[in-house]
Design a protein around this ligand. Structure first.
Ligand code: DAH
Length: 373
């Protein structure tokens, strides 16, 4: 390989006309575009012979410089013209070739598809449920996951040390903290904090800043200190709902829930309609007496779905004590009534997608997740 230094020396010594002669001769021999490329690089390129001549000018005595430069310029012009002719004859233009190499698109190749993810079934169900309630005029609000015992229990009429507290096995935080409106904390000494065991604290929080008439839902994450099994998790999701006004009744509740369930499960109903002929069969709602400290009367809510009754949530008519804790006056309470309900989001997902074990929703197994894209 010839080093630059040697080349330079050679060029300085080679008379330009000799250089031209050699170039013309070689160009005549270059009959393919590859050969032409090489020739262009050798003579006209950034490191080509002509360029070397120009670079070596400074080494010449002043007097000679101008004449050599003119000569070199003339030779270059001539060589460029010859090269272009040769290119037309034998090869594809350099620029054209580069463009072909880099910009060609083979439209017949299969496309590269980007895998598209999707939101989790739980998020999707929350979106769907809140959309339906929103379409019926319900506000959508949220509350904190870390609650005070006041909002989680006392304000909901669950007395301290009452056995009903055991319905909600609780995770307690190690550190105390300040949550809520001090003036109304019934149990002011209790600065402990817990992970909310249900979304019901949202009732009192909402009513502290809103007066009836209103309708609202509170979706969110909830926690219980219990062993996980097919139908229970220590961490799960609920949707709480509430509608209060001068004359809101349990009949209104039943009506709204019937619309809600029929909307939520309408696609399953119609998809299976052709097979089992239940298309025309509406989902029905049934209430059975139950007990919750924050409602009176209280209900267990069942829906008639694909030929059986499924228990889906707890509900009832809001207990006056709850209004009181939210700061409503006796006069205000006398003029209102309303219903509240709360149910598990996972339960709705399991029903909708026929998932037998709610833990499947959380193990992150792609074989499960991809079935619902
Ligand atoms: N918070 C209850 C639970 O988690 C469910 C519930 C029952 C909510 C009755 C309500 C209600 O709003 O009125 O078990």
């Amino acid at each position: 390989m010839v080093t630059k230094r040697k080349q330079q020396k050679k060029v300085v010594k080679t008379p330009i006309l000799a250089l031209k002669k050699a170039a013309v001769k070689k160009l005549a021999a270059a009959k393919t575009s590859v050969a032409l490329d090489q020739w262009e690089r050798d003579y006209l390129g950034r490191k080509g012979a002509i360029r070397e001549v120009f670079q070596s000018l400074k080494e010449l005595p002043e007097a000679k410089r101008k004449a050599v430069a003119q000569e070199a310029n003339a030779v270059r012009t001539e060589l460029v013209a010859l090269f272009e002719k040769a290119q037309k004859k034998h090869g594809v233009g350099i620029a054209e070739k580069r463009a072909l190499k880099t910009h060609t698109i083979d439209v017949t190749l299969p496309g590269v598809s980007t895998p598209v993810g999707h939101i989790h079934l739980v998020s999707r169900m929350i979106e769907r449920v809140t959309d339906i309630f929103s379409s019926m005029g319900f506000d959508i609000v949220e509350g904190p996951d870390i609650e005070s015992p006041y909002y989680n229990f006392d304000a909901l009429n669950v007395p301290a040390d009452h056995p009903s507290r055991d319905l909600w096995d609780t995770f307690w935080m190690q550190e105390a903290g300040e949550i809520g409106r001090a003036g109304r904390i019934a149990n002011q000494n209790d600065s402990r904090r817990l992970l909310r065991t249900h979304t019901s604290p949202g009732q009192v929080r909402y009513m502290e800043t809103h007066k009836p008439p209103f309708r609202m839902v509170v979706p969110g994450r909830t926690y219980r200190f219990e062993n996980a099994d097919r139908t229970h998790g220590f961490e799960f999701h609920q949707i709480e709902g509430m509608m209060v006004g001068p004359n809101i009744s349990a009949a209104n509740f039943k009506g709204i829930l019937t619309v809600f369930f029929n909307t939520l499960f309408c696609d399953i109903q119609s998809a299976q309609g052709s097979k089992t002929n239940v298309t025309s069969e509406q989902i029905k709602v049934r209430l059975r007496p139950s007990f919750f400290p924050f409602t009176e009367p209280s209900f267990e809510v069942f829906m008639w779905f694909q030929g059986r009754w499924l228990e889906v949530m707890g509900a009832g008519m809001v207990h006056p004590e709850v209004y009181k804790h939210a700061g409503y006056s006796a006069g205000e309470i006398a003029k209102i009534q309303g219903f509240a309900f709360g149910g598990g989001i996972e339960r709705l997902i399991m029903i909708k997608h026929q998932i037998p074990d709610m833990r499947l929703l959380y193990v992150g197994d792609l074989r499960v997740i991809r079935q619902f894209s």
